[in-house]
Design a protein around this ligand. Structure first.
Ligand SMILES: Cc1cc2nc3c(=O)[nH]c(=O)nc-3n(C[C@H](O)[C@H](O)[C@H](O)COP(=O)(O)O)c2cc1C
Length: 316
């Protein structure tokens, strides 16, 4: 029932992708659990050395014989070149590319090696450009998402991207269960990518304080902030982050803003759980589940939702 074009492109059973979770350990366990359940697990490359990356790929292969992907967050040309070399040498066949420096010709570089490439896009403009560069599909990600975000919400973004490109569109940002999957399919997407929901699983290497923050947070508790990477990243809010925003709005000097930002970054390193990266869907997460169960449950519940919708649409 949920076999879409995305399943054919990626060689997977269900159109569910686990978005890369940079900076979170346990990538192979999580990716393999999702792939074994019929979705597509994706490893992050952010902050990993070549050796670590090769080890993560090998470990994932030891845990699953199903397809999985690797993510390049295009920080700069040197990083892209280094990770692309590992991808090609290790025979990785599916790559998602995160937001980053849009001038990096990541898609063309990977397509030269026959790799299936799915870039994350925050706007229609970006999606059209990625299609022109040869992307196999795009992942349209709304501002509700965890991680780096643009400004457009998923609900208006996804159908507009679907209308603008002829390649398949995957929906991301604010999807946490079967309702989000069915809604995304209704908007014209052929699959979904979830990040925040997979962070709160047994297999994810998120620390206990991070998982606790996710279970406690409500839908109002996240905010985008540029202080970690120079571009907006959505994280669970904290009094210090709010103070930084107040200072910025009040016209504080760049040195004052940087002093507080550097204190916040240090605080995050010292106490994992503070300023956890997460999306607005966080308020819906009330328990830690196994990643495989999550995939199975999404498909079962989506089937029931479709049956209900069908009966609504049937002859009255
Ligand atoms: C902790 C965390 C780390 C992330 N790291 C990356 C990354 O390294 N590369 C990337 O392309 N996306 C990254 N993302 C984005 C996710 O892959 C995914 O697209 C996003 O979380 C989807 O929105 P959702 O959080 O509403 O499910 C990250 C998200 C989170 C929550």
């Amino acid at each position: 029932m949920f076999h879409t074009q995305l399943c054919d492109i990626l060689g997977i059973r269900y159109p569910i992708i686990q978005g890369a979770l940079g900076g979170i350990s346990g990538g192979p366990q999580l990716a393999a659990a999702v792939s074994n359940a019929g979705g597509l697990g994706v490893l992050a490359s952010f902050n990993l050395t070549d050796k670590q990356l090769r080890e993560e790929i090998a470990r994932t292969r030891s845990l699953t014989d199903r397809p999985f992907g690797l993510n390049i967050f295009a920080v700069n040309a040197a990083f892209v070149k280094r990770v692309a070399k590992v991808i090609v040498e290790e025979g990785v066949t599916i790559v998602t590319t995160g937001r980053g420096d849009p001038r990096q010709p990541v898609v063309a570089l990977l397509k030269e090696h026959g790799i299936t490439v799915l870039p994350v896009v925050p706007t229609v403009r970006h999606a059209v450009r990625m299609e022109a560069e040869g992307a196999d599909a795009v992942i349209a990600s709304g501002t509700e998402a965890g991680g780096h975000v643009g400004t457009v919400c998923s609900l208006p973004l996804i159908p507009q991207v679907v209308d603008a490109v002829s390649i398949p569109v995957v929906a991301a940002g604010g999807i946490g269960d079967a309702r989000g999957l069915v809604a995304a399919l209704a908007l014209g997407a052929c699959g979904v990518q979830l990040g925040t929901r997979f962070l709160a699983t047994h297999e994810s290497g998120a620390t206990l304080p991070q998982k606790r923050r996710i279970l406690e947070a409500t839908e109002e508790d996240t905010m985008p902030t540029p202080i970690f990477s120079g571009k907006n990243v959505r994280v669970i809010r904290s009094p210090e982050l709010e103070e930084w925003v107040r200072m910025q709005r009040g016209g504080a000097a760049p040195q004052e803003l940087e002093a507080l930002a550097s204190q916040i970054r240090q605080g995050r390193r010292d106490s994992p759980g503070v300023n956890t990266t997460a999306g607005q869907i966080v308020g819906m997460i009330k328990d830690i589940e196994s990643a495989g169960d999550l995939v199975g449950k999404m498909i079962d519940e989506a089937t029931l939702i479709c049956q209900r919708l069908n009966s609504l649409a049937g002859p009255g």
